[in-house]
Design a protein around this ligand. Structure first.
Ligand code: VGL
Ligand code: ZN
Length: 208
């Protein structure tokens, strides 16, 4: 086992981000065996679940005349508009069928409010509203998080960044993530992560 002060955070391994999903991340399904193997090595495993109400403000369909992947201005700043995805209670919002969810002690749902998105598992896009994840981890004496899942450049990126902003050491395992990569968002994500001190580690360090 990895030491008890280190938690695995599995970001948004949900049907809509996997093949056949409405916002499929290329190769998204490929990470599932690796994530399952990693999960067995951690005593704290948290899943995040993108969980939007129908008509969510991050959906292009909620902005007449806008197409998916365009940018919109929200009260909290620029927002990429997405195809409808991960609607609360829909099959697309379910975890991938082969993800071993029994390994997780907690599920953090995010993006639940119609008018505010949340890429981060810690704080919503208004940068004010916490999800409760930081408190959960602190109460369990976690000081370090290993982040895997979908998508590298959006929810994995923001979750790892906010882990650091909340005082946790953060590590991203690149092989256990897949990216969307819009306009070099992936390259920018790795630069931002590096500048915050997030380490990019190989899976061999944690799964054996
Ligand atoms: C995500 C776009 C919209 C993600 C979630 O999980 O990376 N990306 N909602
Ligand atoms: Zn979303």
């Amino acid at each position: 086992m990895i030491d008890a002060g280190t938690a695995l955070i599995v970001v948004d391994v949900q049907n809509d981000f996997c093949s056949g999903g409405s916002l499929a991340v290329p190769g998204g399904d490929e990470i599932v065996p690796l994530v399952n193997a990693l999960g067995k090595r951690f005593s704290t495993v948290v899943l995040t679940q993108d969980w939007h109400p129908a008509g969510h403000s991050s959906f292009a369909s909620s902005h007449p005349g806008s197409r998916p992947f365009a940018l919109a201005q929200m009260a909290y700043g620029p927002q990429v508009l997405w195809p409808d995805h991960c609607v609360q209670g829909s099959a697309g919002a379910d975890f991938h069928p082969t993800l071993d969810t029994s390994l997780a002690q907690a599920v953090i749902r995010k993006g639940c409010r119609r008018e505010v998105d949340s890429y981060s598992g810690f704080v919503e896009a208004d940068r004010e509203t916490p999800t409760g994840l930081a408190g959960y981890l602190r109460e369990r004496r976690v000081s370090r998080v290993v982040v895997v899942g979908l998508a590298t450049d959006f929810c994995v990126n923001w979750t790892a960044q906010d882990a650091v902003r909340n005082g946790f050491e953060a590590i991203v395992i690149e092989e256990a993530c897949r990216a969307i990569d819009l306009d070099d968002s992936l390259g920018k994500a790795w630069l931002d992560l590096a500048s915050l001190g997030v380490r990019r580690a190989a899976v061999a360090e944690f799964a054996s």
